[in-house]
Design a protein around this ligand. Sequence first.
Ligand SMILES: [Zn+2]
Ligand SMILES: [Zn+2]
Length: 391
Amino acid sequence: MPATTKPDYYGALGVSRTAKDDEIRKAYRKLARKHHPDLNPGDKASEERFKKVQEAYDVLSDPKKRPVYDQYGFYSEHIPAGGPGSGGGAGAHDPGMGFGGFDFSDFVNQSGAAHPGGGGAGDFSDIFSTLFAGKRGQRGASVREKGADLEYGLNIDFWESIRGTQVRLNVNRQETCETCGGSGSTGGSSTVCPECDGTGNVTQMAGAMKFSLTCPRCDGKGRLRNVCPTCHGDGHLAKSEAVEVRIPPGAQSGSRLRVAGKGNAGRNGGAAGDLYITVRVDAHPFFLREGDDIHIQVPVTVWEAGLGAKIEVPTIDGRALLKVPQGTQNGQKFRLREKGVANARKDKRGDEIVEVTIQAPQVTDERTRELLRELSQVNAEDPRREMWTKV
Ligand SMILES: [Zn+2]
Ligand SMILES: [Zn+2]
């Protein structure tokens, strides 16, 4: 760089040669806001000033470039080999830093001119957002940020889980503020912070002591954005939205469903998060689901178990015939194939497992008593005999 005049970068930012990074950044932001071409349309002097501030910050904020500038009085990619910043080649024109590289789409949106999306915002949006993002902090407030996912629990009854259902869920989600398009500001130039009169500091008394504190209202910036009156600068608004959720047939307790794009709105044009719904299924008094099988206990009489019988048992499809074989014991299980759950994710249904419980007869009349006595004489078996051989 044929540096005929050596640029005064510290002067351009109005900081001392010993200024810390933080101080440089603050000064830069303050000046960049003030002289930004979008805020001073047609003002050539401001534009020049903005470019100077830009260039100064480019060098002074870079831990490689700044020492070179301090030593040589200017910075260029063509500093002779051996200079601390010789490699790299990131001059004043790397795409993120050049004046032309700025994309003010967000800002333009705020002032009403159509410029939706602002494609290619990625590279510079870090700078951009630190300029205008206000409270969001300096790091990480950057690029498009996907909105947070939301988690909801949903209770459905047994039959809804078997057959599937459609549910309207009121979801509280953060939506992009329509007034400001998510920027949190209504555009226009910022105003001097009335709390600190633009100094960025406020004094506070504690007894006889006087303290200087960073102004809480403007975060030490000295200026306030024109805060969007709708969202108070957040760029987002909490809204309750009714979301239709389709629960597929066969959903189990603990199933997690994703509804894309129904989480919180993203920042800086980032995609919205997703809504996750965890399903809880209320218990049924008789049907117990295990995987895609349905378990049920069905009582049978002593004579059905002893003689064998065809009985009707409940299934999720209605009644089904079960053949109870002769000599069935209490607790014996029978499988009804494909009478279980039709899971939307599998092509085969589960089974129903019927566990038989033998119910003793109610003895309320003399005739029954007589018959049972007779039975005990004819069939004099001791159901505990096996036990005695082992104790
Ligand atoms: Zn707003
Ligand atoms: Zn202030």
